[in-house]
Design a protein around this ligand. Sequence first.
Ligand SMILES: NC(=O)c1ccc[n+]([C@@H]2O[C@H](COP(=O)([O-])OP(=O)(O)OC[C@H]3O[C@@H](n4cnc5c(N)ncnc54)[C@H](OP(=O)(O)O)[C@@H]3O)[C@@H](O)[C@H]2O)c1
Length: 330
Amino acid sequence: MKAWRVHMNGEPREVMRLEEIPDPEPGAGEVLVRVRAAAVNFPDALLCRGEYQIKPPFPFTPGVELCGEVLAVGEGTAEGDAPEPGSRVIAQPALPMGGFAERTLVTAASIREAPEALDDAEAAALHIGYQTGWFGLHRRARIQSGETLLVHAAAGGVGSAAVQLGKAAGARVIGVVGGKAKADAARELGCDVVVDRREDDIVAAVKEATGGRGADVIYDPVGGDAYAKSVKCVAFEGRIVVVGFASGAVPTPGLNHALIKNYSILGLHWGLYNTKDPAAVQSCHEELTALAAQGAVKPYISERLTLDGGAEAVQRVFDGITTGRVVIQP
Ligand SMILES: NC(=O)c1ccc[n+]([C@@H]2O[C@H](COP(=O)([O-])OP(=O)(O)OC[C@H]3O[C@@H](n4cnc5c(N)ncnc54)[C@H](OP(=O)(O)O)[C@@H]3O)[C@@H](O)[C@H]2O)c1
């Protein structure tokens, strides 16, 4: 079968190689799936560059979420964790065997029923970005209907999910994006106000849109300058959710400033909920499935590529020039 593999760290387009390898064998707690669709995430590029918190042994295959068809369950897998062969599921691959391959291994515990309302590419993208958005907005920031939510990189993968989830929660959503095409996408996604960070003054625009109050909840997958702007336009008792550092710059918050302005800085590492509170991850999946059935959320898939396009796609996501999710369909 064909699989993208990384033998050394570096830029994705330089170190990802499309190779012919034998089918992987599922061990206990693992399931072999045919990959129907695998969404590209920013961490795929970080994995290639050796900058992610997980460092799989070489050679590894990137691809951290997928929609697939169950082919075989590893011997010794707990009965409750064993899905029916042939079922259409979403799951997280068992690195070093990731999702950018014709077939791969996923952890049995991560398997969930793929929502019927979504096609394969959309289902693949409903997991990490939407779970992160849901836990960030509801569990960490306790967003309330009627509040104002500011989303940085609002047309990106994680950002577009937060925009839709914010609207579904009854918030007024301000989306910050880089460039005109992304501004159009953010409007399509449902942002009430769109700010182009390349053209507009973010702080002034947020203050104007909120009558000077600022945003109640700020969802930040970017860090760097986005964080610096956030603290200048966060409302009294506002909450800044630290989601990621796509800009490459990890901010150093001034705690005196948080004290003086009465705002909270909330860290979010969604993956931890899989071990700390797996029941909450499952109930979030059920809620996301229901929201998808109602049409309240629908992953924005900007590109559907064959396996050949894998390395370029990971590179472009890292370079910040994609919108929504790019999905590989082997
Ligand atoms: N905390 C968690 O549990 C968790 C879970 C999943 C993902 N994440 C993190 O969330 C972030 C977003 O992931 P994603 O897959 O959804 O990626 P993405 O948002 O689709 O891509 C990153 C976006 O960041 C913006 N950006 C601003 N400055 C940038 C720069 N210097 N270089 C590149 N991009 C820049 C760009 O949008 P604009 O040009 O529109 O600003 C770009 O499209 C990543 O840092 C990822 O690691 C965290």
